[in-house]
Design a protein around this ligand. Structure first.
Ligand SMILES: Nc1ncnc2c1ncn2[C@@H]1O[C@H](COP(=O)(O)OP(=O)(O)OP(=O)(O)O)[C@@H](O)[C@H]1O
Length: 306
């Protein structure tokens, strides 16, 4: 039991046990910084005040979306990514997916990660079923293969007769289920999921857990971003916590989720000193393991990519 969190009743079930294998993704000293308008005059005096405001010539600040983050992910792991709004979770996933460029550092992966975002492109006017077929073809399946896989995808999605309705009539949870089922059918080696599962009901969550276990059993690695600590506990074996772009904890999913939940509870209650202490203790724990991670990084991944 973690000493980082107050004990709470354990109502969750841990994901199926799958042996952890070789590294699949190595994130090394990764930073992503954005220059964004500060909303204030930068004072450079190049134009009179009124004109500067009308032209939107305001100052800029640097946002450290991801700040010097390092870790190694391995085959068989389902890694949750938690953190408050704006802490860098989506940015981290987008860089791993190759959709965003790092300011510093790098990401090495043994195969191209498949990214499943909340807004993954599906056609709102078409039915769920048509979108499934389209998605499978877009992922490189032949029409005959797609026909064969469709029933399985629909089973995992679990949205019943709604598959015949246009997707624009779906609830956000139903859309998320369908996107997850399509992406997971590819059995990718590295699957990145941004919030897609957080909205599922109990039955559909069960089916996605099954599918995630299958991917992990086939030496896959899954990353799952979620605000819900319980989703992370139930679906992940390991979890990392990002706070203002900084990696503050990397450990067993249950431990990270509980520490994060305890921190969030204290912030909500205005107990800022306790919250700051939780963060500090997490950082100390992470420092103790970081050297080992970095030692393992390059050697293993280099062996895979050459
Ligand atoms: N394209 C961008 N341009 C400028 N700033 C950005 C951009 N994308 C993200 N940011 C900033 O980077 C920080 C991290 O954003 P990110 O979306 O990664 O956080 P998050 O943890 O996924 O947030 P949420 O939980 O709200 O989805 C935020 O401060 C955000 O405003």
């Amino acid at each position: 039991m973690s000493d980082l969190a107050q004990d709470t009743p354990d109502t969750t079930s841990a994901p199926a046990d799958v042996p952890v294998g070789d590294p699949t993704v190595s994130v090394r000293r990764l930073s992503v910084h954005y220059r964004v308008p500060s909303g204030e005059d930068d004072g450079s005096g190049q134009a009179p005040g009124r004109l500067r405001r009308r032209l939107g010539m305001t100052g800029t600040v640097t946002v450290r979306a991801v700040d010097d983050v390092s870790f190694v992910a391995r085959a068989g792991e389902a890694i949750g990514v938690v953190g408050q709004n704006g802490s860098g979770k989506s940015t981290l996933l987008r860089v791993i997916a190759g959709l965003e460029t790092a300011t510093h550092g790098d990401v090495l992966a043994t195969s191209t990660p498949m990214f499943l975002g909340v807004n993954a492109a599906l056609m709102p006017e078409l039915s769920g079923l048509q979108n499934v077929r389209l998605g499978l073809l877009a992922m490189g399946r032949t029409p005959a293969e797609a026909d064969e896989i469709v029933p399985d995808v629909l089973h995992v999605a679990g949205i019943g007769n709604a598959v015949h309705r246009p997707m624009k009539t779906y609830s956000s949870g139903m859309g998320a289920r369908l996107r997850f089922a399509i992406a997971a059918s590819a059995r990718p080696e590295i699957l990145l999921i941004d919030e897609a599962l957080a909205t599922g009901d109990a039955a559909s969550k069960e089916r996605s857990e099954e599918r995630m276990a299958q991917i992990r059993q086939q030496a896959g690695t899954i990353f799952l971003v979620s605000h819900a600590a319980q989703t992370i506990e139930e679906m992940c074996t390991r979890a990392i916590w990002l706070h203002d772009g900084e990696l503050v904890l990397d450990g067993p999913a249950e431990e990270t989720a509980r520490a994060y939940r305890w921190w969030a509870w204290n912030v909500a209650k205005g107990e800022h000193e306790i919250a700051a202490d939780v963060l500090e203790r997490c950082r100390a724990r992470l420092r103790a393991t970081l050297v080992r991670h970095e030692d393992q990084t390059g050697r293993h991944i280099a062996r895979h990519s050459t």
